[in-house]
Design a protein around this ligand. Sequence first.
Ligand code: COA
Length: 419
Amino acid sequence: MNGAILDLAVAIPHHYVSHKELAQARGVEADKYHRGLGCDEMAICGPGEDTVTLAAEAAWRLFEHNPEARERIGLCIVGTESGVDAAKPVAIYVHRLLGLPANCRAFEIKHACYGATAALQMASSWVQQHPKRLALVIASDIARYERGSAGEPTQGAGAVAMLVGKADERDALLQLSPISGAFANDVYDFWRPPYQSEALVKGKYSMNCYLEGLQGAYEDYCRQAGDEPTPDYLLYHVPFPAMARKAHRRMSDLRGLSDELYYEDLESRVEPALWANRKVGNVYSGSLYLALAGLCERKGTRLIGRRLALFSYGSGSCSEYFTGRFGEGVHRYHRHLQHLLDTRTEVDVDQYELLHDASLKMERNNSFQSALPHQGQAFTFLGIRDHERCYRQNFAEDAVALIPARPTILNNTRPFQRA
Ligand code: COA
């Protein structure tokens, strides 16, 4: 018996730009982004949003739907490759912003887009030893590439929070199988040195590394699992939706499927999960789990009893292929993703560039400002003061009272002192 995902919730930035507009501004045919990459819209972080606010908002939404769970959290892990500090983890900000129990392990895991899967597997084992407690696993990331680069249309941002616990198959939203296949390989396909705010990437090479990782992890899985029924749905890591199609092509070749079956299979077993990724863009460690939320939202309780395969890839690289079965816990999933998408504000390319630049400026010391929250934004990043990041909780009943010139700040008030 392994752990289970009991519920999940998503947070996305409050602005987006359409790929049609972006293509026009970059002098590229719109179909390259729309059909070639499979992208329609790209989420853009504004200055009040960062990896912490996205992570905290996703978890806050999860506890809104599962209020009794908060007190039982004994492990809080954030998988991210866009952490906000080289030492202090995103998880500890989330721990504070959400008022999680003090008797709790809180830390961050980094391995490019694989981090959240490492966190999920760790949490899944941990709940076996702590059956009365729950783990909070969050994938939170902001995907940034250089403006005008080939990677630019594959940006995006968001977070997915998952509640992990020990459950029988009927209570689980997704009961995870104890078998998983892994594949690690030291490559320079995508990386971000500490002196860079945007990632460096060898685009085509990274796609080959991804496919090599898929094959390696899948073969490792098959060696352990032997003959198993074909999964009803497959989720692949989604840096851009067309990559999931390429992954499924490779998977079909490995399984010896004909071209005809590949297309049929793609439509029925892969595509139903990808609709939200087309509108959010890359969420690095969260993109696989955004696809999971997309599938839950689209299929709802029809998923109960269905088998799912998941493939996670993190550049650098580490890959994992694992499976699970949907249980009655699917009833717990509260549809919210479409609403989040519908309530975003569209911006044009000039505004996207301004937002992008403004949020990078917020990463500088003494960028502190008392910005107003967007409608529906649970937490706001106020900037950095005396080298400490400052956040505001917007959802308290007295939220308006938190807005004055010197707001209540959820951060240490002690001044920074050099060691
Ligand atoms: N109509 C329809 N399709 C078009 C088109 C048009 N007018 N113009 C181009 N395309 C297709 C291309 O044929 C290609 O499809 P294919 O891969 O099936 O052949 C696709 O659009 C992309 O075009 P391409 O010229 O290969 O794009 P690019 O070199 O500008 O960059 C990436 C694509 C993915 C390499 C780039 O966006 C990138 O580096 N992204 C970040 C890295 C990443 O996400 N890696 C994934 C593994 S982790």
